[in-house]
Design a protein around this ligand. Structure first.
Ligand SMILES: [Zn+2]
Length: 336
């Protein structure tokens, strides 16, 4: 694990990490940074890597060694001058910020550098955010703060204006595949997943149980009914699909999965779907069948119907009703 943090930071965000290593080397770090971007894009690892670089006693080629006592203490969250704060329950409270402040004040005498890393910074209460502002504005000694948040729109503007915002780009598909390989995901399965999210953490969450794969299989069956104009698609929803859709999150994911399926059809119709990008490889024959059977305008209408589902969901209509209405509509368009 020791080496991992530097390794992860370097693999996921080579440009950003190198840039920060240079900032440390040239003594040009700012007081506060806001790292934004999808979960799992390396924000935390880069922040930890910078902390290690600041304290490492055995810097190798400009990188922290990951082995010396300082590096190890930081990685074990056991370094007095490097504090990591996460939400305590649903929020980061003012007391948590005060605690860090007093910790840092205690060791300020030594005049050493200090690093403050805040995960899920959007969960700071207003009190905590204000406490942090004071902290950033009158840094006791040599403090660098890293705020991490996947959504910069949720962070208070007063905080954003006092930090340097660094956007972490989403990981490339190639890197996602590589990261997911140890979990046993086939590259062909990754296509559908990354068509829905750029968040590696979210995908890893889906892999914990069989849900995603099961749902994909059910949607394939649903689609085959549709291609055959088979009204069995209707009872199938209640019997086989609905039991898998147990909460709002999953409702949204299922709609995205459906969109990706019809996107395969449309791209096949246009002849732009490269084999390595197929999202539903196991029903490719049916996708081709659908693309030859349905006209462009029919496929586009079906996609429109799917996009409209988001509106129905916003007004809180029963989800089974929504999917049944959608299915009827697609069957209707298919015969039009
Ligand atoms: Zn070291």
């Amino acid at each position: 694990m020791e080496h991992d943090i530097v390794n992860v930071a370097q693999t996921k965000q080579p440009a950003i990490f190198t840039q920060f290593m240079n900032l440390v080397k040239n003594n040009e770090l700012s007081h506060a940074y806001l790292f934004t971007g999808e979960d799992g894009a390396g924000q935390f690892s880069v922040a930890m890597g910078v902390a290690m670089r600041l304290f490492c006693t055995n810097v190798q080629n400009g990188m922290p060694c990951g082995k010396c006592a300082e590096c190890v203490r930081i990685m074990n969250y056991d370094h007095p001058d490097v504090v990591v704060t996460k939400p305590d329950g649903q929020s980061i409270k003012i007391d948590q910020i005060r605690h860090v402040k007093s910790e840092f004040t205690k060791s300020a005498m030594e005049g050493s550098k200090k690093v403050f890393i805040i995960s899920e910074a959007e969960k700071m209460t207003t009190g905590a955010a204000n406490g942090l502002l004071k902290f950033i504005e009158e840094p006791t000694g040599n403090v660098v703060s890293f705020l991490i948040s996947k959504n910069r729109n949720l962070v208070l503007p007063t905080i954003i204006s006092r930090t340097q915002v660094v956007e972490f780009p989403s990981l490339s598909k190639k890197l996602m595949v590589k990261e997911l390989q140890p979990s046993g995901v086939k590259p062909s399965e990754v296509n559908l997943m990354i068509s829905i999210t750029n968040s590696l953490d979210q995908i890893k969450g889906w892999l914990k149980d069989d849900w995603f794969a099961s749902t994909q299989k059910m949607l394939e069956k649903w689609f085959i009914y549709l291609v055959k104009d088979n009204t069995m698609a209707m009872p199938f929803i209640q019997m086989s699909l609905m039991p898998l859709i147990t909460n709002k999150d999953r409702q949204r994911i299922v709609i995205s999965m459906m969109l990706s399926l019809f996107d395969d059809v449309l791209e096949t119709k246009y002849g732009t779907l490269a084999e390595e990008r197929v999202k539903y490889p196991s029903i490719l024959e049916q996708t081709k069948l659908a693309a030859s059977k349905w006209r462009n305008d029919q496929i586009l209408k079906m996609l429109d119907e799917l996009l409209d589902v988001n509106k129905s969901m916003a007004v809180n209509v029963n989800f089974q009703n929504i999917i049944e209405a959608l299915t009827l509509k697609i069957l209707e368009i298919s015969k039009s």
